[in-house]
Design a protein around this ligand. Structure first.
Ligand code: A2P
Length: 340
């Protein structure tokens, strides 16, 4: 008989938590008991995971010794407070927030890139899930780094509002309706209107002038690839898209790699779908390819005319799936297959 596991989803009523619940069922994860946890506000309401209807419990009073794996996505402060308690109670935490990602004894894992690091979960009982924009970038770059080495990455992101959470999805929808109706708009989640606009700002500003979202892409790429020599220069922008992040990547490799050779490497790499026809519509977009689907889509692969060892590409993925819920569940799948 297949072994089954008791799973707690923390932040079960949120944008990522809902996808985690759906994907546990979709991927037939061997779940025995499933606990949906959120704030006191949602306790007693119900959520769905495939055919199961589950009553939401208050995180504050939950006994984590009842679960073997906890999928956390309720914000950094919640993880800071509850993940160590869960781990101490024997529940292995897969944390989707940034809170533990940069600690040396916490593995930061993308299963297509560094699955071997999962073994290090024993130190603290916590495994960190990387930032959504980092995950899709390193999935696309790992085969190229393994083949010829990457010296430097310039990346601009075009990130959807679902990465901010449900409030942001509602803000974009409400503002879009207001703009089209010609009525006044108000902004609460973002500092400027997001409807029909682009904001060059995600997360807080840091002393060096970059935002924290940008520095996450630097720190996390070095940690996941296990190579601190890769230089990363990101600009992260929020765009009026509901689901799916897009990224323009400009990389400089150690050895020259042709666009054709890069395309061949990417076509056989795990988790990637190449869509690269040099004609109108022959490229992936958030709305038409990635939303609601699992792969990291890559297109617009070409040699950089301004650099002898430069390559450009366009990378798109669903930030709630590969960028969050799917990556966490893939980590859990490795955990149960190899370690529990
Ligand atoms: P709740 O719905 O009860 O507020 P999103 O990222 O879409 O904004 O969702 C955030 C998730 O984190 C929700 O499930 C939310 O639950 C949960 N959450 C927020 N604050 C707390 C808290 N203090 N305790 C437990 N869960 C929380």
């Amino acid at each position: 008989m297949t072994q089954t596991y008791d799973i707690a989803v923390v932040g079960a009523t949120g944008a990522v938590g809902e996808v985690m619940l759906a994907m546990l069922a979709e991927r037939k994860f061997p779940v025995r008991r499933l606990y949906a946890l959120a704030s006191e506000r949602s306790a007693g309401t119900t959520v769905r995971s495939g055919d199961r209807e589950i009553t939401v419990l208050d995180l504050a009073t939950f006994d984590f010794s009842q679960a073997q794996i906890g999928l956390f996505s309720a914000g950094g402060d919640i993880s800071a407070a509850y993940a160590p308690k869960a781990a101490a109670a024997g529940c292995i935490v897969i944390d989707n927030t940034a809170h533990f990602r940069y600690e040396d004894d916490i593995p930061l894992v993308v299963p297509e890139v560094n699955p071997q690091d999962i073994a290090r979960y024993k130190a603290r009982g916590i495994i960190a899930n990387p930032n959504c924009s980092t995950i899709q970038m390193v999935v696309a770059l790992k085969p190229i780094h393994d083949a010829v080495g990457i010296e430097r990455i310039n990346v601009c992101t075009y990130q959807s509002v679902s990465g901010t959470g449900k409030d942001a999805i509602e803000e974009l929808q409400a503002q879009s309706r207001a703009v089209l109706a010609g009525t006044a708009i108000s902004s609460k989640v973002y500092p400027k209107p997001i409807a029909f606009n682009v904001l060059p700002h995600i997360d807080v500003f840091l002393e060096n002038g970059y935002t924290k979202e940008e520095m996450k892409m630097v720190w996390e790429t070095n940690k996941i690839m296990g190579d601190p020599s890769i230089r990363v220069n990101p600009t992260t922008a929020r765009v009026p898209v509901l689901y799916g992040h897009s990224e323009a990547l400009h990389i400089e490799t150690r050895e020259k790699l042709s666009a054709a050779a890069a395309r061949r490497l990417l076509e056989k790499a795990p988790g990637i779908v190449v869509l690269d026809d040099r004609q109108p519509g022959g490229y992936p977009t958030a709305v038409t390819e990635s939303a609601g689907r699992d792969p990291v889509f890559v297109g617009r692969i070409r040699e950089d005319i301004s650099h002898p060892r430069g390559l450009d590409m366009w990378v798109v993925s669903d930030n709630l799936r590969k960028g969050a819920a799917l990556n966490s569940i893939q980590i859990a799948e490795h955990l149960v297959a190899s370690y529990l």
